[in-house]
Design a protein around this ligand. Sequence first.
Ligand code: JSK
Length: 449
Amino acid sequence: MAIVKFSNEMKWGAATASYQIEGAVKEGGRGLSIWDTFSKTPGKVKNGDNGDIACDSYHRFEEDIEIMKDLGINSYRFSVAWSRIFPEGTGKVNKEGLDFYHKFVDKLLENGIEPMCTLYHWDLPQSLQDKGGWDNRETIEAFVNYAETMFKEFTGKIKFWITLNEPWCVSYLSNYLGLHAPGYTDLQLATSIAHNLLVAHGKAVIKFRELKIDGQIGYAPNVEWNEPYSNKQEDIDACTRAGAWFIEWFFDPVFKGSYPQFMVEWFGKKGVQLRIEDGDMEIIHQPIDFLGINYYTGSVGRFKENAGLFDHERVDAGYKKTDIGWNVYPEGFYKVLCYIHETYGQTPIYITENGACYNDEPIDRRVKDEGRIEYLQQHLVSLNRAIESGVNIKGYLTWSLLDNFEWAEGYSKRFGIVHVNYRTLERTKKDSFYWYKQTISNGWFQVNE
Ligand code: JSK
């Protein structure tokens, strides 16, 4: 038996997002978002699922906060639905929207839970998409206006702000791979959107500093670890490109003020041009107070000419897979955290998402999600190894508190430590909830050697 122990300073939490849990899409003055449109487009979301009801957390947030209190977390990451604050994306503020989030945040604070607010977690107001969405640079200004409104409204209550969740998903998954809203499949469009997102992030950070808001601001990219199948240079280079799509492409502009040249050239060979306006890179290159890292999985890969975007193919190396088909790859978590630390320095890191999809159902009101407990144990061992190796980790927030709407997978994929019955909306704490609760309470857990 080995004990894996964490500092008493460690923040422990859980994460969710507005469109995935709130429901109440036509209540409180909320405007349409691109996910309302996309989920109602036939064939886009498994089983034709949508976020109309989701976990009904818009009405049940007090119950959810009671669950958080029982869990013993001191940090909760949520996202604000932009179209609840500005139903048309800009213009008149919707007071009902602000009031909802005030009630929610006040309840968190009453229960000693620190709110960590994501401003953009994929649910762009449809009105802005109708004008070109993130490809239209006016959306950048709309985002800064929305961010400024939220900073001013919640100053003193919210101290941790995340500008963007997973800009890779917002740009490439949604506008090149076409799997998420709005569902385009255009590499140039996706690359221009990726750049505009980073400009929007930088401008929001500048506004945050100008307003002298008491708090910290960062962003939350998603990363994966791409391990070369062999030590052949072609395999190493292919995995470097595939990994840079998630890491360097979204980290270098923020931390170094420039795009990785080898990727600029690679995209150039694909006919893709960066559309950078004067001053953009200085705007993006604003110091941030913390870096959110979302990690789920990694893979082994190798060179294969003309395979995918980067002459790279994944190889099945026999790792266990979760119920969404992703490798369970805790070694990759350790490696990617050490790589980020070595490459980008000591900016404090919060793990803003880490978790696993296992679709265990309640039997006699108990959910025996052993796979998720094993996943969390293995990844917290990797996290502890990274901390022991000098990585500046400040907190860990598991994805997710609740089973919820998993985007194009709809409700078919369960990531929660709390089971949600989507017919009755009953919440059932899974075995992983109790394991995580004990780990948080102890500040350590035991692993079998
Ligand atoms: C989980 C990443 C934010 C929160 C959670 C999905 C994801 C993903 C999902 C990549 C992806 C699909 C599919 C096709 C082709 C090439 C959510 N995170 N979540 N995080 N990431 N891919 N290369 N790697 O619901 O809302 O790609 O992949």
